[in-house]
Design a binder for this molecule. Structure first.
Ligand code: KIV
Length: 259
């Protein structure tokens, strides 16, 4: 069964939802085979695979390239791709053109864009043009310069109220799901109760409908993972040990052997 945005949205109040990021076909295939319903080609691509310090330098071409690879590895999961910084903020026309390329050229099923109440007109326009949108509120990594760092949102009464308005605005604009990043747990839980589409949290406590993790954090490939990320494997150690064994075998002649 291929997941669609409406089917994903219908998971609200039925089950807790596990979402993961992926950036290439090999990992996407494994995640898909494990039954994850939604794979996000996050612009965390910039930090995880491209070696940038933030997501700001990531280009649309880079997202298209990696999204195509993920799509080729996936049979069932809904593939959502991030529109990177300054590929949708300038105008609604720019957003439709960028998002359209993700669906037409890379084969994505939907896009994710950052921003709450102020982004609602863009979300509405995308949805009206046949492009499913996952919204992203709370800590917005593309606004790290304006926010003055990666800070937990919703800690004051005003900011909590604004986040609730953000969630309702993106829902009314037609988003099929909302990522809530880096937000006080009680605020994320209240938002989750107040809207009818699934909330997917990251660093936002346990009260969301689902959780998303960056696959590199889960696999133990991130040198300094965020404190909320649970590591389910230690692949850095595994890779170092394997590469070291290979190097020693080549140097000693044990591999390929026979000579
Ligand atoms: O870019 C990304 O991976 C994301 C998730 C952290 C939600 O936006």
């Amino acid at each position: 069964m291929k997941w669609t945005a409406p089917k994903f949205a219908a998971l609200k109040n039925k089950q807790r939802i596990a979402v993961l990021t992926a950036y290439d076909a090999a990992i996407a295939r494994l995640i898909d085979e494990a039954g994850i319903p939604l794979i996000l080609v996050g612009d965390s691509l910039g930090n995880t695979a491209l070696g940038y310090a933030t997501t700001l330098p990531v280009t649309l071409e880079e997202m298209l390239h990696h999204t195509s690879a993920v799509v080729r590895g996936v049979q069932s999961a809904l593939v959502v791709t991030d529109l990177p910084f300054l590929t949708y903020q300038a105008s609604i026309e720019q957003a439709i053109t960028s998002a359209g390329r993700c669906l037409k050229e890379a084969g994505a099923d939907a896009v994710k864009i950052e921003g709450g109440e102020f982004r609602a007109p863009t979300i509405r326009a995308l949805v009206e043009n046949g492009i499913p949108v996952m919204a992203h509120i709370g800590l917005l990594p593309q606004s790290v310069r304006a926010m003055g760092g990666y800070k937990i949102q919703g800690k004051t009464e005003d900011s909590a109220k604004q986040l609730l308005r953000d969630a309702k605005a993106v829902e009314h604009a037609g988003a099929f799901s909302v990522v809530i990043e880096g937000t006080a747990a009680d605020v994320a839980a209240e938002i989750t109760k107040s809207i009818s589409v699934p909330t997917i949290g990251i660093g936002a406590g346990s009260g969301c409908d689902g959780q998303v993790l960056v696959i590199n954090d889960l696999l133990g490939l991130t040198p300094k993972p965020p404190p909320f990320a649970k590591q389910y494997a230690k692949l850095s150690e595994t890779i170092r040990t394997a590469v070291d064994a290979y190097r020693r075998d080549v140097e000693s002649g044990a591999f390929p052997g026979g000579g």
